[in-house]
Ligand binder design. Structure first.
Ligand SMILES: NC(=O)c1ccc[n+]([C@@H]2O[C@H](COP(=O)([O-])OP(=O)(O)OC[C@H]3O[C@@H](n4cnc5c(N)ncnc54)[C@H](O)[C@@H]3O)[C@@H](O)[C@H]2O)c1
Length: 324
């Protein structure tokens, strides 16, 4: 299978490219390196340095190659930044993505897996979240993602496209062989914890300790990045096998919630010392509890997670952080 993968110089895209290549797929990465790093693009992948909205470059690529499936990761991903610069997020995550997809459609490439986010659900109650739950995104990043989801839906209705929308919860950890990992993202809790553990950062600020949760800190569903990569492998096989002109949404997580404090405690056990942290004010737009119900993906794809273990997630993230 030939996969056109955008954002493959970034964190999740590079892990997915590795998983696809490890399983004998051909992968072509398109990335403009705006937040990505060329070193993360696997050596065995073809690489086109381009913005996804560069119609000339993308058209040439599509004229010269035949792709079966698109996996679209390229986007801006920082919630805090999106609040300050919302237009930047709608431009990159919606307008440019739309231009890119329309270029692909001109070449009859009409199967896409789209990276969306569990944050499209917004504030929810304590129940694990189902795909049919109402969406109520509370920041421009999540709104830009939901807007593109809706665009995919409209194209499916017009029978122009088949898509699988994957709503990831909190992606963390690193490749076990340390071929890739997270390089930058100030919003990523586990990266921040690793930086404090390795004395690259003075202390961790935990935003809020009076939420209505087991210990007052927010609860999240952490999923190892290699499991996320495998979910793309399964989804791309499925999409390649038929053109249903459907748009299907799946949550991607483990369905297990850990509080931020529990994550810190687990890291302390690994380090056998206590990392320095302080409680800070709540952050605007942070959901209290964000845990997926993952039965839809598990049932459809007969998927079982391989790395559903907070200790393993933290250890791989820590090893990666040491290596960079
Ligand atoms: N990291 C998470 O926990 C998480 C959770 C939910 C959803 N997601 C989604 O997963 C996807 C990947 O996230 P990530 O954490 O790997 O981010 P990342 O910043 O590491 O990777 C994004 C990549 O896209 C590239 N890119 C951005 N805009 C581009 C453009 N216009 N043209 C070409 N390349 C462009 C960047 O250079 C980068 O390499 C994103 O769509 C994000 O919204 C991530």
């Amino acid at each position: 299978m030939n996969v056109l993968l955008t954002g493959g110089a970034g964190y999740i895209g590079s892990h997915t490219a590795l998983a696809l290549l490890d399983n004998g797929y051909n992968v072509t990465v398109v990335d403009n390196l705006i937040t990505g790093t060329s070193n993360l693009v696997p050596k065995k992948a073809n690489f086109l340095l381009s913005d996804i909205s560069d119609e000339q470059k993308i058209s040439k690529l599509l004229k010269d190659n035949k792709f079966d499936v698109i996996i679209h990761f390229a986007a801006f991903t920082k919630v805090g930044e999106s609040v300050t610069f919302p237009e930047k997020y709608f431009e990159n995550n919606y307008d440019k993505a739309k231009t890119f997809l329309n270029t692909c459609l001109k070449f009859n490439l009409n199967k896409i897996i789209f990276s969306s986010t569990g944050s499209v659900y917004g504030q929810v109650n304590k129940k694990n979240i189902l795909e049919k739950n109402e969406t109520n995104p509370i920041n421009p990043y999540s709104k830009s993602k939901l807007k593109f989801e809706k665009y995919l839906y409209s194209l499916s209705k017009e029978k122009k496209l088949s898509s699988i929308i994957l709503r990831y919860f909190n992606v963390a950890g690193a490749d076990s062989k340390l071929r890739s990992g997270l390089l930058t993202n100030p919003d990523n809790l586990i990266k921040a914890i690793c930086e404090v553990a390795l004395k690259k950062r003075e202390k961790l600020i935990i935003n809020g300790n009076d939420y209505d949760t087991k210990d007052g800190t927010t609860v999240r569903d952490f999923i190892h990045v290699t499991d996320i990569a495998e979910m793309h492998l399964l989804a791309s096989k499925n999409l390649n096998n038929d053109f249903s002109s459907k748009s299907e949404i799946f949550n991607c997580g483990y369905g297990v919630g850990y509080s931020i404090k529990e994550v810190v405690d687990e890291m302390n056990r690994i380090l056998k010392e206590n990392i320095k942290f302080e409680f800070g004010p709540k952050r605007e737009g942070d959901a209290e509890y964000s845990v997926a119900d993952i039965s839809k993906f598990s049932n459809k794809f007969k998927w079982k997670p391989k790395y559903n273990d907070l200790n393993y997630i933290l250890k791989t993230a820590l090893e990666w952080e040491k290596s960079i």
